[in-house]
Design a protein around this ligand. Structure first.
Ligand SMILES: [Zn+2]
Length: 181
């Protein structure tokens, strides 16, 4: 049997936990890239239990005409089917961008134990940036929250996408002006 600190009752050291968090966040970033290839805002999410992948998802709102098709919602829906349970006890959800209020609400309902996210979302973040629904004291479930894992990488993936999209829109606008001349 493979020797692993996960198989013992010893708590992980901070650096061991960090390495695990970065490994899964890297996978979430790959899923975000898949979203981007489909023309979606690049956000990706994975759900993990005992260091094993349970489910994954990425943004599909534009393609599916569905404002609820955020990466976390796609991931949670898939996890429900895999676990055949609407409770996701002892799981960790990794997502490249701070969850919004809708996704944070779904995480509370699903009893996910811990959320790890990359970049802060200063406009709609519901894990502390705008509001903290994941640790609301009067809700019946509070999650552990770890922020800032591969934050620079996750944020630059998003900002590069928006920069490119602005440039494409500008180019398209100029092309249409040229056509009308
Ligand atoms: Zn969301």
């Amino acid at each position: 049997m493979q020797k692993s600190s996960l198989n013992t009752n010893q708590p992980l050291t901070d650096s061991e936990q960090r390495a695990i968090d970065e490994k899964w966040m890297t996978l979430a970033m790959q899923l975000a890239h898949e979203a981007e290839l489909k023309g979606e805002v690049p956000v990706g999410a994975v759900l993990v239990q005992d260091d094993v992948l349970i489910a994954s998802g990425f943004n599909l709102s534009i393609l599916n005409h569905d404002p609820t098709a955020h990466a976390e919602m796609e991931c949670i829906r898939q996890a429900g089917q895999v676990l055949e349970n609407y409770r996701m006890l002892d799981t960790t959800l990794y997502v490249t961008l701070e969850p919004c209020a809708m996704c944070a609400g779904a995480m509370v309902h699903s009893r996910i134990k811990r959320v790890v996210y990359g970049a802060d979302d200063l406009k709609t973040g519901a894990a502390g940036s705008v509001i903290n629904l994941l640790q609301h004291p009067t809700f019946n479930h509070q999650l552990e929250v770890t922020s800032g894992v591969l934050a620079v990488e996750c944020a630059s993936q998003l900002s590069a996408f928006f920069k490119r999209r602005r440039a494409e829109k500008k180019a398209a606008k100029q092309a249409s002006i040229m056509q009308t001349k």
